[in-house]
Ligand binder design. Structure first.
Ligand SMILES: Nc1nc2c(ncn2[C@@H]2O[C@H](COP(=O)(O)OP(=O)(O)OP(=O)(O)O)[C@@H](O)[C@H]2O)c(=O)[nH]1
Ligand SMILES: [Mg+2]
Length: 461
């Protein structure tokens, strides 16, 4: 472990959202957790109760003798706890004033206010979880959809950790051989070791590539898929946004050019988190305001992971439609032939042949085929993920960039060996890759990184 914790003081925080609720939980972790709780609790001698038990009683201010709240207090003794330290959880009636009062009481009796994420940090520092698991705790809390949560839970179970560990072990085994050869040059096995190193590097690169491929999906699960709804004016873009968000956020009229600015909404479509962007109809215009809107639409189109291109199926294709078909052809897209209730000049089959893209005929007005559209969005991005709960994914930028760095180091090893560079020189990058992979799990992560990472957590977690 890279960091050594010098102080194991007792920390306390409110672990439930601040506000009025059924119950609130004030949590303490550390050596003195039980002692401090015992000083303010009347109902049982907490220092004598068995671990992992819950006790009914009252929280009392010992200075005034006043009862603050009725409470259930859970005693969890180390090491089988979230932080691997003694933990006490006070379940009280909730309410901001009462909960704060209890927290203040604990603080005045020797506990220290916890930093954001400090409970999880202790779980990491005490070796109960690695960094990928710590990150997954945050992901579970923030998960916007059930699938995002599923992946995070898989990560908490150590899926990614095991993959990374196995890769490090592979490198380490080879490193051990290399060391032997460098220490006993009489073996004269330089070429053998060099080849071994290059082989291992190639094998690990393959595994890294596989994980990196999941990074895009991981990002989508975390942040949502940036989805731009585009099309020429009046084709039904805003109607689609309203349907998918089940709201009337966007103004819909039969006037072409109703939407003048991009509008963003977050929505989960069949478990796929979408960041939907409704755009101004893209067409040539001299109107000053509209022009800016069209520019913004084009920007949204550029950054989109998915494009929903709407075309009015009841009319012949216009020059603008053709231009948009051309402009979006390298993007992941679904072509929506809307207003099918008004007749169909273009069929889905024809369009499919023409473009090779997924095409669907809809009537947003009559809510026809929209369920199929949702299915299609889901299918397009999560083929294969749906039923594999143990899918291991790279879910954040930190993990992805470290994987890329390790890959680069390993590629340098392969190149060095190819170029006939001495083994002990090539070994530097080889060891570097081992370290870099260790940063992902936290085994060789610098202190600042760990601190920074946990500071993103919410208080009490
Ligand atoms: N008949 C029919 N009308 C539709 C359909 N979808 C949308 N409309 C109508 O088409 C008109 C334009 O819809 P909007 O959703 O405002 O279209 P838009 O693409 O956002 O238009 P701009 O913002 O002007 O670019 C409205 O009167 C809608 O009610 C459909 O499937 N069938
Ligand atoms: Mg609109």
């Amino acid at each position: 472990m890279a960091q050594t914790l010098t102080e194991f003081d007792t920390i306390a925080a409110i672990s439930t959202p601040i506000g009025e609720g059924g119950i609130s939980i004030v949590r303490m972790s550390g050596e003195d957790a039980v002692k401090i709780a015992n000083e303010v609790f009347k109902g049982a001698d907490l220092s004598k109760v068995p671990t992992h038990t819950i006790h009914y009683g009252h929280i009392i201010d010992p200075d005034t003798g006043k009862t603050i709240d009725e409470a259930m207090v859970t005693v969890l003794c180390a090491p089988k706890t979230f932080t691997r330290e003694d933990i006490v959880e006070i379940n009280c009636h909730g309410g901001i004033v009462v909960t704060n009062h209890i927290l203040q009481l604990l603080l005045s009796h020797g506990a220290r206010m916890a930093d954001p994420g400090e409970f999880t940090k202790r779980a990491f520092v005490n070796g109960r979880i690695d960094l990928t698991q710590a990150e997954s705790v945050m992901d579970i809390v923030r998960a916007k959809t059930d699938k995002a949560r599923q992946v995070a839970v898989g990560q908490l179970a150590g899926g990614l950790l095991h993959k990374i560990k196995a890769m490090r072990q592979e490198i380490l085994n080879t490193l051990a051989n290399v060391e032997v050869n460098i220490d006993y040059p009489e073996y004269d096995a330089d070429t053998v070791t060099a080849k071994q190193m290059a082989d291992t590097a190639n094998s690990v690169i393959k595994k890294i590539d596989h994980l990196l491929k999941t990074a895009q999906e991981g990002k989508i699960l975390r942040n949502g898929l940036a989805t731009a709804i585009v099309g020429r004016p009046n084709v039904g873009k805003s109607s689609l946004l309203n349907y998918l968000t089940q709201s009337d956020k966007a103004i819909v009229t039969d006037v072409a050019g109703t939407t003048r600015d991009t509008l963003e909404e977050y929505v989960s479509v069949k478990g796929v988190p979408l960041e939907l962007i409704d755009t101004a109809g893209i067409h040539h215009t001299d109107d000053k305001v509209e022009k800016i809107g069209v520019e913004r639409s084009k920007k949204a189109l550029e950054r989109a992971d998915l494009v929903l291109l709407l075309i009015d199926a009841s009319q012949d294709l216009t020059t603008e439609d053709r231009a948009l078909l051309e402009e979006t052809k390298s993007k992941k897209r679904i072509i929506i032939l809307n207003k099918s209730d008004l007749g169909q000049k273009i069929t889905a089959e024809h369009m499919k042949k023409l473009t090779g893209s997924d095409v669907i005929s809809t009537s947003i007005l009559k809510e026809q085929n929209l369920d199929q559209l949702e299915e299609l969005i889901n299918k397009l991005f999560f083929a294969g993920i749906e039923n594999s709960n143990d899918q291991i994914m790279v879910t954040n930028q930190r993990q992805a960039s470290l994987l890329s760095k390790a890959k680069k180091e390993l590629q340098d090893v392969v190149k060095a060996v190819d170029d006939g560079v001495p083994v002990d020189i090539a070994q530097i990058d080889f060891t570097g890759a081992w370290d870099t992979l260790g940063e992902i799990t936290g085994e060789s992560a610098p202190d600042e990184l760990v601190t920074q990472l946990f500071s993103q957590f919410c208080l009490g977690k």
